[in-house]
Design a protein around this ligand. Structure first.
Ligand SMILES: Nc1nc2c(ncn2[C@@H]2O[C@H](COP(=O)(O)OP(=O)(O)O)[C@@H](O)[C@H]2O)c(=O)[nH]1
Ligand SMILES: [Mg+2]
Ligand SMILES: [Zn+2]
Length: 334
């Protein structure tokens, strides 16, 4: 029996990478009968072109659907487009929700003419424990560090269009990885690959990248307002010290978070309040449809990633460092 990782799924075919070689496989009948979910990124045991066993996955992200992701690298530009802390906080919170280790990469550093952005970034995000990286894909600064960060891992890159994701990848992989976004049909002028599944590509011998535009639908309309604070370590640490157990830390009296606002960055707190507003929409929906339909509502909203169990979220909350995904067992999210 061989072990490998699924890097592509195409209809009934599963493409497995094992020690640098790729194998076209099918699923054993028994796994199909068990309605076993299979994702790109799954580690499997296979023999003679048949997948016998899906090994326990330590995480899964929906849309793009991929398993066993080691880290999310959030790419921003320091300029052009202007750095949006609010967008950055959104990506960070989303990665946190999925229990993923997060690296912050600030590209186009050649365009910044003073150090104020760098200082601001470090003052906000370094105390929160993130790895922070400044790069210039254009001039090559920080590209070696970027390569180091990818080493030995399966990474998802995300960030707004134009921040330099493709440029960074090309910088570490000069011979060019054939990122699927580059394949544009001459006839329609659109990307030719519109399959739901994403693909894992090899950057080099032991660095892998999920070929995807990153998370889609980043609105927090899939959890309850009272759960949003678990996505912000610096807010969550005061929970339990507030006068009311259901405190949303906005306008309540006796709120420990409000008492410590001077220790929380204002852009982070603004993002928190924004996400709470979005979560209120979800609460309204749940209330309107009644508790009874809540589960099926979640099912309908599969796309919204609402189905992470509370156990898993609890784990994400309780863990001080971000490597929580290592302990998370397969929970069959969808
Ligand atoms: N000045 C500067 N421009 C960059 C840098 N990285 C990328 N760009 C430019 O920014 C634009 C968008 O880059 P691209 O890699 O396509 O961004 P993506 O949409 O995130 O993949 C292109 O015109 C790049 O040449 C950088 O480090 N510095
Ligand atoms: Mg691109
Ligand atoms: Zn409070």
């Amino acid at each position: 029996m061989q072990k490998g990782q699924i890097f592509k799924i195409h209809s009934d075919f599963y493409y497995v990478n094992s020690e640098g070689k790729s194998y076209e496989c099918k699923l054993r009948e028994i796994l199909k009968k068990q309605k076993q979910k299979v994702y790109v990124g799954d580690f499997v045991e296979f023999e003679n072109g048949a997948i016998e066993k899906i090994l326990p996955r330590y995480n899964h992200i929906p849309r793009p659907s991929a398993a066993n992701i080691d880290q999310v690298i959030i790419i921003s530009a320091v300029k052009e487009p202007e750095l949006s802390f609010s967008q950055l906080n959104r990506y960070i919170a989303f990665a946190k929700y999925h229990g993923l280790k997060t690296v912050l990469c600030f590209n186009k550093n050649d365009l910044s003419n003073d150090d104020s952005t760098i200082e601001k970034v470090f003052s906000i995000y370094e105390p929160l424990g993130f790895d922070i990286l400044f790069t210039s894909a254009l001039e090559g600064d920080g590209v070696e560090e970027f390569r180091e960060i990818l080493k030995g891992k399966t990474s998802v890159l995300c960030g707004a269009s134009g921040v330099g994701k493709s440029s960074l990848i090309n910088a570490v992989c000069p011979e060019g990885v054939n990122l699927r976004t580059k394949e544009v049909s001459k006839k329609t002028q659109r990307g030719t690959h519109t399959t739901r599944h994403c693909e894992i590509i090899n950057i080099d011998k032991d660095s892998r990248l999920v070929d995807t535009p990153g998370f889609s639908n980043l609105k927090f309309d899939f959890l309850l307002p009272g759960e949003v604070d678990s996505l912000f370590d610096e807010i969550y640490k005061y929970k339990g010290r507030c006068k009311f157990p259901d405190c949303l830390h906005i306008s309540e009296s006796g709120c420990a978070v409000k008492e410590h606002l001077d220790s929380i960055d204002i852009t982070r707190y603004e993002s928190y309040k924004e996400f709470v507003e979005e979560a209120k929409e979800y609460k309204e929906k749940v209330k309107y449809q009644g508790i009874k339909t809540e589960t099926s509502l979640k099912k309908i909203n599969n796309r919204t990633a609402a189905k992470i169990s509370s156990k898993k979220r609890q784990k994400a909350r309780n863990t001080v460092n971000q490597n929580v995904y290592k302990d998370i067992e397969d929970e069959r999210i969808d």
